[in-house]
Design a protein around this ligand. Structure first.
Ligand SMILES: [Zn+2]
Length: 332
């Protein structure tokens, strides 16, 4: 019989080095799993690549590990990583063919792994992050909601008619692409993007695909196209900004379990009656986001907002058609 019991680390705020992150089992502090899988570290040479944590301390991809029991590691994490590794070896098509729920779990694990690394660090009295996740009740509520769906990694679970995230899978043109691997996350807005080889996956967690619908037209225009890295950067800015103004938190409910059930069924609810789904669009805030993403090209806010009504775009023409771009020429 399957164990369909969910684990709730928030009940006792059990974020320690001696509880498995996924099932809560007591473990030794040596039992750990990498946040970024071995195959990913190996393929993209990440082991010693640096990562900045919230308290501004520096870690490396290789050092970033989470407490994980042997069972969860070998039965749940490794099979998922194998599946993603094989799919990614087939490039864009391979990743597109994966069940979206698997990609959600994969990205979710890396996001959550990064997040709880921060949360476990916060329990150390010597560490003073500028922003402490564990002291923000709204954020904790979001993470709790998110963790209930992330447990589909361990507990057989069906999402009744939703996916708990938005996934954008994009193809990048290799001509001017110098980065074989790229990764970015925003812990509070639950955004995540990862580029492996010529494929980029951008994901907003916990939005029940609402952001994907909101950006549906733009996403459709990129179908079958290869994006210049600067176009990918703009796409990311649009997605990350949408997540920034996304204002609701979906709730998830487990349907009553019968003794013969082999999986949980989850329903969801978004309160869009008393809440607006998105906060109002703010052009200056969007321009900041875009400026951040366009840093490698040195494009500043004044250039972005040269026309204050229509910020600069490398993706869309004035007629809202896709701009094919092989080379980026810096304006004189
Ligand atoms: Zn476990």
């Amino acid at each position: 019989m399957n164990d369909l019991k969910l684990y709730d680390p928030f009940e006792k705020m059990q974020f320690t080095d001696t509880n498995c992150f996924l099932c809560g089992t007591d473990i030794t502090s040596e039992q750990r799993a990498p946040v970024f899988a071995e195959w990913l570290q190996h393929t993209y040479n990440l082991k010693d690549k640096e990562l900045l944590l919230l308290d501004k301390s520096v870690s490396t991809f290789g050092q970033l590990t989470i407490p994980c029991c042997d069972h969860c590691h070998t039965q749940h994490l490794l099979p998922l990583e194998n599946e993603i590794e094989q799919a990614s070896a087939k490039g864009l098509e391979g990743l597109q063919q994966l069940p979206p729920q698997r990609l959600f779990q994969w990205i979710g694990k890396m996001y959550y792994g990064t997040l709880i690394t921060e949360m476990i660090r916060e329990t150390n009295p010597l560490i003073m992050p500028e922003y402490a996740i564990t002291e923000d009740p709204k954020m904790l509520g979001k993470i709790r909601s998110f963790f209930s769906v992330l447990q589909s990694l361990r507990v057989p679970m069906v999402f009744s008619d939703f996916l708990p995230c938005s996934l954008f899978i994009l193809s990048v043109d290799p001509t001017e692409d110098e980065l074989p691997f790229e990764y970015q996350d925003e812990l509070t807005t639950m955004c995540f993007s990862i580029k492996i080889g010529s494929v980029a996956i951008i994901c907003t967690l916990l939005d029940n695909e609402i952001i994907k619908k909101a950006l549906g037209k733009l996403y459709k225009l990129t179908e079958g196209k290869q994006l210049h890295p600067i176009q990918l950067a703009e796409f990311k800015a649009r997605v990350f900004y949408a997540a920034y103004i996304f204002a609701v938190v979906p709730e998830y409910f487990v349907r009553q379990v019968k003794p013969e059930d082999k999986q949980l069924i989850l329903d969801t609810l978004i309160d869009d009656v008393t809440n607006e789904i998105f906060n109002p669009w703010d052009m200056t805030a969007y321009a900041h986001m875009l400026e951040e993403m366009l840093k490698p090209w040195g494009i500043r806010e004044d250039t972005i907002l040269e026309n204050p009504k229509q910020p600069i775009s490398f993706l869309l023409s004035e007629e809202n058609t896709f701009i094919p771009m092989l080379h980026y020429k810096k304006p004189a």
